[in-house]
Structure formats: structure tokens, C-alpha cells
Design a protein around this ligand. Structure first.
Ligand SMILES: [Fe+2]
Ligand SMILES: [Fe+2]
Ligand SMILES: [Fe+2]
Ligand SMILES: [Fe+2]
Length: 408
């Protein structure tokens, strides 16, 4: 029998407040940490940020001070958890090195979710954006070697390949085309709802991170690359958030957030290889069980809904874990590299009319230097070829194989 957080007691809220000393852990050693321990830390930081910001939005739309006081309690606890997790990152890990970790999250989380997702709309959305984040990893890896003379393979090891995806230059769409058709949460599988919430949290964290650290890059090309890719992450957040059912109530979303936190910490715990991290995941899981019970109490009191009304299952669905997805990514590259968006539909760029808003948007934003192309150009000029980590042979797309010229 699987794990059911509804049947567990967890830690009562009143026992969850911690001291400054307790929330300030020793950072990890960047040379020793397992790549997927780093990706779990990056993702769970994003989940906690979403937890706190969601509750701020809830409070701003709620006129009942009693509800706002209750939400304020768990919101402050989410903030403590966020501090523990994000402060594991050491000061000697540069912003660009962490960025490699962020895009490794995007690749291997997205691929895993796509592989385990049953709803076609959601799976298609994941496969579509997968190739874009895969390309970001390649662009930032080139920047890392150019600015800091470091190789991204030290961070990703042999788990994730680094080579061109759907070229970033062609990812800049008109904002109209980043809106998907929402899923009906009344009929959707619990796993679909959890997947959407998790990917929105991850992409939103990436967007926020680039919005803030993009101006720490030393060169104009680096500063430009962060801007350009941050705008694509804005597209990705729009793309994924539009999949969520907008008719869910605030209380339903509150419960779903806490349930997802329980599910994600349990998933981390089950797949973790680092003994110290296991203790942190276990502790946070027990705290989240407390949050879930508190959220369910509020939903019952203010909306008359319980766990069965919200269709929470009696055990967790298939867990969300970090695993290598090299063959899966190669397959999607081979078959979907030229896809674009036209309203709700995915179509190949060739099929868009010449006066489509995509082309108009491209002409404006790509006028002059395009940082994602320029960074590869500069790398070729300085090292003779681009930076790649191709572990399973040549690139699956023939036109993206040449390494001494910048490709589109
Ligand atoms: Fe949390
Ligand atoms: Fe990305
Ligand atoms: Fe992304
Ligand atoms: Fe929580």
C-alpha cells in the first residue's frame, strides 16, 4: 500500500516555528553534490516560493481576517522551509553554474512529467517546452565556459546531454500563442493536477531567478543572454499556468498546493541518495502533512468541502523523480524540433502564413544582435567550436550537427 498523507499526523503547526540557527544549514559542497540532489533542491525551492506567493495572492483576494490569519501562519512556515532549502546553495557556486542546474531541472523534470502524463494536452505542452529548455542548457553552457572557463559537464555529469534544442532565437512567439486550453479539474487525474502545479512552480522559479540574477553576468553578451532566456521563461509560465483549471476555488487550490508539497517531499525522500538531505526532506514532509490538515480544516469550515469532494486519492500516484532521460529527449528532438504554436495548436513553423504574428514578433525582437546566437559565435571564435556534451552520438537532427558555425 502506498503512502497516504491524509492518514498521517505530521507535525502540528504550533511546533513548526524554528530558530534562525535551525533554518541556516551548512551549504553543500558543489564538487561533491549529486546532480539530482542539486536539482531536487532547486525544484523544491521553487515549490516553496510558489507556496508562499500563492498564499499572498489568496490573502489579497480575501476580506475575512480570520481566514487571512490562518493563511499567514502556514505562509510563514513555507518561508522558513524555503530558507532552509535555498540556503543549501554555497556562495562559491556562481550564478551561471546554478543556472546550469536550473536548466537541468527543466530538462529532466519536464521529460519525466511528459513520460508519466496521461492527459494529451498536458503531455504535448511538456514535450513542446522541453526542447526549448534543452536549448537554454546549451546556450548557458557556452556562456559558462566563455565567462568562467568552467565546463557544464562537471555539474550535469553523465545524466543530461548538452547540445542545441529548438534554437532559442526561434522560441520568441507573440504572447497570444502561449496560451493553452485549460484542463477540467473535475475530471482530471490527480497526477495531472500535481504535474501542472509542479511544472508551473519550477518554471516560475526559473523566470524569477533570471529576472533577478541576469544583471550579475559580467559581459554584455551574458547580460543579454539572461534577458532573452528570461523572456522565454515568461512564455513558459504563461504556457503552463494556462493549463490549470481557472474555475477552481481559492480553497481548492490551497489544498492542492499542500497536497503537492506532501507528494513532492515524499518523492524527494524516496529518491534521495544524500543522507543529510533525506533528513531535511523527511522533516519537511512531516511539516507539510500538518499544513495539509490545516488547509482541509479551512476548506471544510469556509466552503464545506472535504478531501473526498476534492478527489484526493487514498495513496500517492506515481512519484515524480529525477532520472536520466537521454533517449526520450533525443526522440522528441528528432520528431518535434520544428514545432511552433498557432493559438491552441502546435504546427510546424513552415505552415504559418508569412504574415503570421510570429514572424512580425520575430522581426522586432531579433533585429540586431541576438544573444543566444552571439554566445555560440563568440565561443566558436575563442575555442574553435561550440561547447557540447553529446554522449550518445551525433545530434539526432542533421542540420544541428555542425559545430564550427552558428546554426538555426
Ligand atoms: Fe512548504
Ligand atoms: Fe529554460
Ligand atoms: Fe522554461
Ligand atoms: Fe505547505
Amino acid at each position: 500500500m502506498g503512502f497516504n498523507p491524509l492518514k498521517e499526523k505530521g507535525i502540528p503547526l504550533e511546533n513548526q516555528v524554528q530558530s534562525w540557527q535551525q533554518i541556516n544549514p551548512q551549504p553543500y559542497d558543489k564538487n561533491e553534490i549529486h546532480p539530482y540532489t542539486r536539482t531536487r533542491i532547486i525544484l523544491m525551492n521553487g515549490i516553496e516560493v510558489e507556496g508562499a506567493i500563492f498564499k499572498h495572492q489568496f490573502a489579497r483576494h480575501c476580506s475575512d481576517p480570520e481566514i487571512n490569519r490562518q493563511i499567514a501562519i502556514t505562509r510563514a512556515l513555507e518561508q522558513q522551509q524555503q530558507k532552509v532549502i535555498n540556503w543549501l546553495s554555497p556562495a562559491d557556486e556562481s550564478a551561471i553554474e546554478i543556472t546550469i542546474g536550473y536548466e537541468q531541472v527543466a530538462v529532466d523534470l519536464t521529460a519525466w512529467l511528459a513520460r508519466t502524463e496521461k492527459d494529451k494536452t498536458v503531455k504535448d505542452a511538456l514535450d513542446f517546452a522541453l526542447l526549448e529548455d534543452f536549448d537554454h542548457l546549451y546556450r548557458f553552457a557556452n556562456l559558462l565556459e566563455l565567462e568562467e572557463n568552467k565546463q557544464a559537464e562537471k555539474s550535469v555529469r553523465d545524466l543530461t546531454e548538452i547540445m542545441p534544442g529548438r534554437p532559442t532565437i526561434s522560441e520568441h512567439r507573440h504572447p497570444y500563442d502561449n496560451i493553452r486550453k485549460p484542463v477540467d479539474f473535475q475530471t482530471a487525474d490527480i497526477l495531472t493536477k500535481l504535474h501542472i502545479l509542479t511544472i508551473v512552480s519550477g518554471e516560475q522559479q526559473t523566470m524569477n531567478f533570471y529576472m533577478n540574477v541576469g544583471n550579475r553576468a559580467k559581459t554584455m553578451i551574458g547580460r543579454g543572454l539572461y534577458q532573452e532566456i528570461a523572456q522565454v521563461e515568461e512564455e513558459h509560465v504563461s504556457h503552463y499556468e494556462s493549463l490549470a483549471d481557472p474555475t477552481s476555488t481559492w480553497f481548492e487550490m490551497l489544498v492542492l498546493h499542500e497536497y503537492n508539497e506532501c507528494y513532492m517531499y515524499y518523492s524527494c525522500l524516496e529518491s534521495e541518495v544524500d543522507e543529510r538531505m533525506k533528513k531535511i526532506w523527511q522533516h519537511h514532509l512531516e511539516e507539510e502533512i500538518g499544513h495539509l490538515h490545516a488547509a482541509l480544516d479551512l476548506a471544510k469550515k469556509f466552503e464545506g468541502m472535504d478531501a473526498s469532494d476534492m478527489m484526493l486519492p487514498d495513496q500517492f500516484p506515481e512519484l515524480t523523480v529525477f532520472k536520466s532521460n537521454i533517449d526520450y529527449v533525443r526522440d522528441i528532438l528528432k520528431n518535434q524540433i520544428d514545432l511552433n504554436c498557432d493559438g491552441f495548436d502546435y504546427v510546424e513553423t513552415d505552415r504559418l502564413s508569412r504574415d503570421h504574428r510570429f514572424h512580425q514578433h520575430q522581426e522586432i525582437v531579433n533585429a540586431g544582435i541576438v544573444p543566444s546566437q552571439e554566445v555560440v559565435q563568440e565561443h566558436i571564435e575563442s575555442k574553435g567550436m561550440d561547447y557540447r556534451l553529446e554522449m550518445e552520438g551525433e545530434h539526432p537532427v542533421e542540420r544541428l550537427r555542425e559545430r564550427q558555425v552558428v546554426l538555426v
